[in-house]
Ligand binder design. Structure first.
Ligand code: 2BA
Length: 107
């Protein structure tokens, strides 16, 4: 068995979990925060048999969109002058990890 962890945009989370449920996959949504932008995102957990991993990844990819985001940064020029230098980053669609599950039980 495998555990798929997918970090996706908050705005895509419902579409992803609905599409997973439609195909019969259980999922759990966690509210998470990215370490770089310090902005909220969503991590989806899906436990599946190995042969279904690609199907789940395909669904996640289909419903996760990448977005461009501007982040403010400042650099000191001189005399304590800090002009704002916005930088554009591309976030997502989805950052996906697949890990082995040693044991799975429902109690
Ligand atoms: P954040 O850490 O907030 O990163 C948001 C976006 O900022 C990243 O998008 C990337 O485009 C940019 N970014 C991140 N770190 C950077 C750096 N050191 N320098 C320049 N730009 C940087 P994504 O790569 O699509 O990542 C989206 C979110 O997925 C991340 O949010 C983080 O929560 C998660 N993530 C990405 N890679 C990860 C990893 N290797 N381990 C754990 N979480 C990861």
């Amino acid at each position: 068995m495998k555990l798929i962890l997918a970090i996706i945009n908050f705005d895509d989370a419902n579409a992803v979990t609905r599409a997973l449920a439609k195909k019969g996959f259980s999922s759990t949504k966690l509210a998470t925060t990215g370490g770089f932008l310090m902005a909220g995102n969503v991590t989806i957990l899906v436990g599946v048999d190995e042969e279904k991993v690609q199907a789940v990844i395909d669904i996640i990819k289909e419903h996760s969109h990448s977005r461009k985001q501007m982040i403010p940064t400042t650099t000191e020029m001189s005399y304590g002058y800090y002009p704002s230098m916005p930088v554009e980053v591309t976030v997502g669609g989805a950052t996906i990890f697949v890990v082995d599950i040693e044991r799975f039980e429902r109690a």
